[in-house]
Design a protein around this ligand. Structure first.
Ligand code: UT7
Length: 328
């Protein structure tokens, strides 16, 4: 049995139209445009209309990726949705997406926070290599604004909503190839970035809601330090696994949490800043949607071309981290 090489056959993204600028945030919380830009690099972010489920954004991104791949929903053998803002605790958002796009295949969610898309891409790659599936729809989607405390300036300025999708399958002639994937996690750091309530540990009660335990909580500076170190290490590990060197990287697509983190990663690993793709100024941190929206945009705006060697790298709650190396 020949093990197929696996590639991305189509990409798509969807950003809700409503823009929330730093100046808008100045009117809601005690913050300034200057603080947000200097400390994070974020200028604005997209916010879904109240009551919009994550599956709506995800389905739009999925349709765009299917179109890009010249495939129909009936061609999809598996849907994996990476999200930390699911429509509900169960059923999975992937099942709801399956219904919305008219697919008929297995579907499940994965929870790896901001590392969700690179994790899901690695899972899809394995299913295709094992010949369990031919075409896998991999989605990263968030309506994280539903889980943000808009009175907490230390978190509410950081995040945004959005979705991206990739159709993954056996590589086509002259198409791209996923060369390697690296996944990591460390549950000892689970308390540094979380939504404490709403699960079995702290079921939602009036008290938990009054205490704001259903919102994102983060120890920002601890997360910052770990993100820089871990994303740097993940880049070197995926390079080793793909038999490539740092100089081979044409485009680094990192998780878009903070421009200072990205600059520090670039400096730590020794990659020129011009090779680091950045869209966080427009979208903020979209958690699991972040790397796939950036990859989709980079492939459409000409940053990634035939022959480009691309590395995706992410870090998030868990802690989790992941990297994929792709030869375009
Ligand atoms: O996506 C998963 C991974 N997530 C991340 O990677 C995020 C990692 N962390 C970060 O990006 C940064 O730690 C933050 C952007 C969250 C915070 O930046 P910082 O430079 O670490 O600031 P800080 O938390 O140390 O706060 C510095 C000051 C504090 O005031 P005092 O105590 O020095 O008087 C904060 O109260 O800035 C204050 N502050 C703000 N001021 C204006 C915190 N948030 C704001 C705000 N506007 N929005």
């Amino acid at each position: 049995m020949t093990i197929p090489s696996v590639g991305i056959l189509g990409l798509g993204s969807y950003l809700p139209p409503k823009v929330l600028t730093n100046l808008d945030l100045e009117k809601i919380v005690d913050t300034t445009d200057d603080w947000i830009i200097t400390r994070t690099g974020i200028k604005e972010r997209r916010i879904a209309e109240k009551g919009t489920p994550t599956s709506d954004l995800a389905s739009e991104a999925a349709r765009a990726a299917l179109k890009d791949a010249h495939l129909n929903s009936s061609d999809i053998d598996l849907i994996i949705c990476a999200t930390i803002s699911p429509d509900m605790l169960f059923p999975s958002t992937a099942c709801i997406i399956q219904r919305k796009i008219g697919a008929s295949c297995p579907a499940f969610d994965i929870s790896a926070a901001c590392s969700g898309f690179p994790y899901a891409l690695g899972i899809a790659e394995s299913f295709i290599r094992a010949q369990i599936c031919r075409h896998v729809l991999v989605i990263g989607a968030e309506v994280i604004s539903s889980f943000i405390n808009w009175k907490d300036r230390s978190t509410c300025v950081l995040f945004g909503d959005g979705a991206g999708a990739a159709v993954v399958g056996p590589s086509v002639k002259n198409g791209n190839r996923i060369l390697a994937t690296f996944l990591g996690s460390d549950g000892n750091q689970a308390d540094l970035l979380k939504i404490p309530a709403g699960g079995s540990a702290i079921p939602s009660t009036k008290e938990s809601i009054d205490a704001g335990l259903h919102y994102v909580r983060m120890e920002g500076s601890e997360v910052f330090k770990c993100a820089v170190k871990t994303m740097g290490d993940a880049i070197f590990e995926v390079l080793k696994r793909s038999g490539r060197s740092l100089e081979d990287i044409d485009c680094l697509i990192p998780h878009q949490a903070n421009l200072r983190i990205l600059n520090a990663v670039a400096e730590r690993v020794g990659i020129p800043k011009e090779k680091v793709y950045i869209n966080l100024d427009r979208y903020g941190n979209m958690s699991a949607a972040s790397t796939i929206v950036a990859l989709s945009e980079a492939s459409k705006d000409g940053t990634i071309r035939k022959g480009s060697f691309v590395v995706l790298v992410a870090f998030g709650s868990g802690f989790t981290w992941a990297a994929n190396a792709i030869q375009w």
